[in-house]
Design a binder for this molecule. Structure first.
Ligand SMILES: Nc1nc2c(ncn2[C@@H]2O[C@H](COP(=O)(O)OP(=O)(O)OP(=O)(O)O)[C@@H](O)[C@H]2O)c(=O)[nH]1
Ligand SMILES: [Mg+2]
Length: 221
């Protein structure tokens, strides 16, 4: 749940990158980190095994200031490997928006579906209503050979709202920033529906996203 302090004019939003093993969650975060202006980002924290598998989680803190409002976005990735189920649930706690990083390779479609099902189950077990948390979907690894067609890049669920789908190739950054901007704007709307932040802070989604876009370079998207 977003932390909102109207008196101190502070807002903290938590985003989580979820998805099957090796779909490119950490690669998304590494690219995003490089594109955020130095003064607006904290250290990228990653904890990998020696073969680069996420062991616990990655975290990238980003912060902005506008018209007296300080806001902070904490971006996490979960570890995709099945054995890290307990960690995924911990990282998902109090999430405000999810980017589901699917793998475009034809061979990985079953893994995508299983991971999405796992996400839904974990949100439910945490008592997080799907209506409160938007899930945007990225189909990553579009640069590879044996991938599903563009028109098969479907959202994984239709209720309660259709979920936006973004093609990407995180390895060179294509689509990474578009996915992040899409996720953040949908998350602002969802938090606003529940906590009236636009009214409370006197700033709308457009103005919020404008500040974010000023400090994040979208060149490779
Ligand atoms: N060809 C290609 N490879 C990619 C792309 N994105 C990530 N990879 C590669 O896929 C492998 C896994 O990427 P990670 O970002 O570590 O995947 P992850 O989802 O964080 O994996 P876990 O933390 O184990 O769940 C690495 O070798 C990446 O270089 C992409 O867009 N295209
Ligand atoms: Mg990872």
């Amino acid at each position: 749940m977003a932390s909102v302090d109207f008196k101190e004019r502070q807002l903290t939003i938590k985003l989580v990158y979820y998805g099957p093993p090796l779909s490119g969650k950490t690669t998304n975060l590494r690219f995003l980190h490089k594109q955020v202006d130095r003064l607006n980002r904290g250290r990228l924290m990653t904890l990998d095994t020696k073969d680069d598998r996420t062991l616990f989680f990655d975290l990238l803190p980003i912060f902005f200031k506008t018209s007296g409002l300080s806001f902070r976005v904490k971006v996490y990735t979960v570890p995709g490997q099945p054995i890290h189920e307990a960690t995924r649930r911990i990282v998902l706690q109090a999430v405000d928006g999810v980017a589901f990083i699917a793998d475009s390779q034809a061979s990985q479609q079953r893994a995508n579906k299983e991971s999405y099902k796992n996400l839904r189950k974990n949100l439910e077990s945490l008592g997080i209503s799907r209506d409160r948390v938007p899930i945007v979907v990225q189909y990553n690894k579009r640069d590879l050979g044996d991938i599903i067609a563009e028109d098969s890049m479907k959202p994984f669920a239709r209720i309660p709202r259709p979920e936006p789908v973004y093609p990407a190739s995180a390895i060179d950054g294509t689509g990474v920033i578009n996915t992040f901007f899409g996720l953040l704007s949908h998350t602002w709307d969802a938090v606003d529906r529940h906590m009236n932040i636009a009214k409370g802070f006197g700033i709308g989604q457009d103005a919020f996203m404008e500040v974010v876009k000023k400090h994040i370079n979208n060149i490779a998207s």
